[in-house]
Design a protein around this ligand. Structure first.
Ligand code: NAP
Length: 304
């Protein structure tokens, strides 16, 4: 059996971590990137444009799995152009990957899509995979993304979509700006502080991908997040505690809106909204987490 795993968009925060993990386990990893083709640290980078068929298709033939991470970062100001790119980069990559699978005589066993818990919107109600969808731009993107992913069912390729939470890792991701602010004694509660953060340590997320690849019974939609979401107030308190920082003033909603737009150059809703999600299907399948406790997870990321 081929041990080759193809990761479109795998050059970013989540993909790099998973690629290094899979290489250590002995898998052959190929990342599809808009950059020129190259090889680094036992990972092969193959050029594609994320929207049209090309030479990269050869990599799909006979591979074991595809895990698609492609998408313009949502960490930007939501101008009309950025919104269009956020959506089109996701939809186009899914569509062209479907085409490439259809063209295979020996298709991959599994096609996994990295999706988002943002589909549940801004809510303090607990959401498992059957939770109601929210409203607004991010929700619409998630819905269209998943719709295109499940629009086509491959005969020989299992399909799963992992709705990923707030992934905590050492190099990048959404934690990085929060740590920078907290180190400057600006790590207070954001907005009301009541919005939930459904966090997951990136090591647990990597393990979830591996489970999803290797177990035939996994298919459909899964929440890929930790079992213990916390409020923003509690999250920021824990960040300060782990950094050894004392009390910090709260950052009221109007200041968050101003600071997001003019200083951080990002959409304020990323910090002001949240959701309380649980990984019900992973737990039902017996998945066990290395990091269930936020303090332990942050300690590992910041100090180890
Ligand atoms: N990080 C999280 O906590 C989190 C949580 C929930 C969901 N997700 C989702 O998981 C996926 C991966 O997340 P990530 O944090 O690893 O993202 P990332 O660091 O921004 O990486 C995404 C990759 O997509 C490619 N890309 C960017 N814009 C593109 C475009 N316009 N057209 C084609 N490719 C483009 C880039 O690869 P090249 O430049 O090499 O082509 C980039 O490295 C994203 O779809 C994200 O929305 C992430």
């Amino acid at each position: 059996m081929s041990r080759k795993i193809i990761m479109p968009g795998g050059s970013g925060f989540l993909g790099t971590s998973l690629a290094n993990y899979l290489v250590k386990l002995g898998y052959e990893v190929v990342i599809l990137t808009r950059q020129p083709s190259s090889t680094k640290n036992h990972i092969r980078y193959v050029h594609w444009d994320g929207q049209t068929l090309g030479d990269w298709q050869k990599e799909i033939e006979g591979s074991y799995a595809i895990i698609n991470f492609t998408g313009k970062s949502v960490n930007c100001i939501y101008t009309k152009k950025n919104k269009e790119n956020i959506l089109s980069s996701r939809i186009n990559s899914v569509k062209i990957l479907h085409e490439s699978i259809k063209n295979c005589s020996n298709p991959p066993e599994v096609f996994i899509q990295a999706a988002s818990l943002a589909i549940y919107g801004d809510t303090i109600d607990e959401c498992d995979e059957n939770g109601a969808h929210g409203t607004g731009f991010s929700v619409e993107v998630c819905e269209k993304w998943e719709e295109v992913f499940f629009e086509f069912n491959h005969e020989k390729t299992r399909q799963l979509c992992l709705r990923i939470g707030f992934a905590l890792g050492k190099e990048g991701g959404a934690l990085e700006p929060l740590l920078k602010l907290a180190k400057l004694n600006l790590g207070g509660t954001i907005g009301t502080g009541k919005q939930y953060i459904s966090w997951i340590h990136i090591d647990d997320l990597n393990e979830m991908f591996l489970h999803a690849i290797d177990n035939n019974q996994y298919s459909g939609v899964y929440n890929a997040t930790g079992p213990n979401p916390v409020t923003n107030k509690s999250f920021m308190e824990t960040v300060r505690k782990v950094l050894g920082k004392g009390w910090s003033p709260n950052v009221p909603t109007p200041i968050v809106k101003f600071g997001s737009f003019f200083v951080m150059k990002t959409a304020p809703e990323l910090a002001l909204t949240g959701r309380k999600c649980v990984p019900k299907r992973f737990l039902n399948n017996g998945f066990s987490f290395k990091y269930e406790n936020l303090e332990k997870a942050l300690h590992e990321i910041i100090h180890e």
